[in-house]
Ligand binder design. Sequence first.
Ligand SMILES: Nc1ncnc2c1ncn2[C@@H]1O[C@H](COP(=O)(O)OP(=O)(O)OP(=O)(O)O)[C@@H](O)[C@H]1O
Ligand code: SF4
Ligand SMILES: [Mg+2]
Length: 401
Amino acid sequence: MTTILKIQIKTPNNRAVQTDQKTNQGQPQIESPTQDIHQSKSSSESNQESNQGHPKISSPPPDLLSVQGLTITYEVDGEITQAVSDLSLTLKKGETLGLIGETGAGKTTAALGLMGLVPHPPGKIIGGKVVYEGEDLLQLSEEKMRTIRGNKISMIFQDPMTSLNPVMTVGDQIAEVILIHESVTKSQSVTKAMEMLEMVGIPGARYADYPHQFSGGMKQRVVIAIALACNPDLLIADEPTTALDVTIQAQVLDLMKALKEKYNTAMIMITHDLGVVAQVCDKVAIMYAGEIVESGPIRDVYQNTQHPYTKGLFGSIPDLNSTAERLNPIKGLMPDPTDLPSGCRFHPRCPEATALCSTVRPEPVITNAGHSVRCLNCQPVPSTVVPPEALKFVAQESHHV
Ligand SMILES: Nc1ncnc2c1ncn2[C@@H]1O[C@H](COP(=O)(O)OP(=O)(O)OP(=O)(O)O)[C@@H](O)[C@H]1O
Ligand code: SF4
Ligand SMILES: [Mg+2]
């Protein structure tokens, strides 16, 4: 675990080069999402390319999930908590997004919003869209949403230890989900449940055991098996390893990574842990006080960190390579979500704040390909117009690789 942290602890910008060098020397790598895309390319696509002498620059695959401006509040005793504000993100099939943030940042609420599970009251979706395979989930009836949950989108809840039924065998709990979502007989569901147990590394013969007969790590594997039982296209995992010790944590993460690669499942991994994100994610979004303050491809965000809050997060993790005697934690506390500061929500804690920051609310700006930052000090990168000749050249070059 410590080794993994070594790559994320880097102070932004000036340590980026150092990280690259290490990567080349066989240090743990932040994986590139493009590898997956190439691997999953169909053979007919590849043939098409080679037949034409040079590869086509194909348009990127469509988004599996596109969340736009999702805003969720809770109202308790007349006080309104701004739990999630103007949250936007996209995810393609097979991609993994890490959603990071301090406690109370709004991560679980955002996930519940995607699943149509925000408790109402006190929760309320104030605005936004959750477009999944071209359909806005927020407009669907509860009945239709029930068919999507489990079948297409599954969630591992934040406290998995309590999400198992103590008086039902683990096998029956997996089989039940299969029976609800698939047209199979009872005995077929039992067979598939045993296969799922084996898939997460538990002997099928333990089908008839009860949760109390399992260790914490095994229970977590059962929860993962339940979430994956119907081969969802999207898995939302809300802190799936937080309650586990470090060794089991690593095993469960390896398992999730392997399953994701095997089934090309898209995943949103919610966590406090920058190490977990570096290990399994292609993209990352950092939440602060209900907003995504920085997001983008993991390599870009980790090596070219722009937002002062994200810089603070990296600065508050111990670095074994650093000679500094003290950590540099972010000063102050998250604001009260019922009484958020004006302007930039981070301004009372921000070491880079200017006079403008307390009055003007920053909008996200794109600073680099897919790298978005919500900070008044960040300038958008002007879009670059690439002449067609250059594109052809790039295509031919890549053909030779
Ligand atoms: N059912 C609820 N009723 C009222 N307020 C709620 C409810 N659930 C969450 N909140 C509030 O919404 C805000 C966001 O909470 P949320 O659970 O989404 O944060 P989180 O980022 O998942 O935190 P953690 O890392 O601790 O799990 C918090 O201020 C929380 O107190
Ligand atoms: S907008 Fe201002 S206060 Fe907010 S993160 Fe940027 S510099 Fe800091
Ligand atoms: Mg949570």
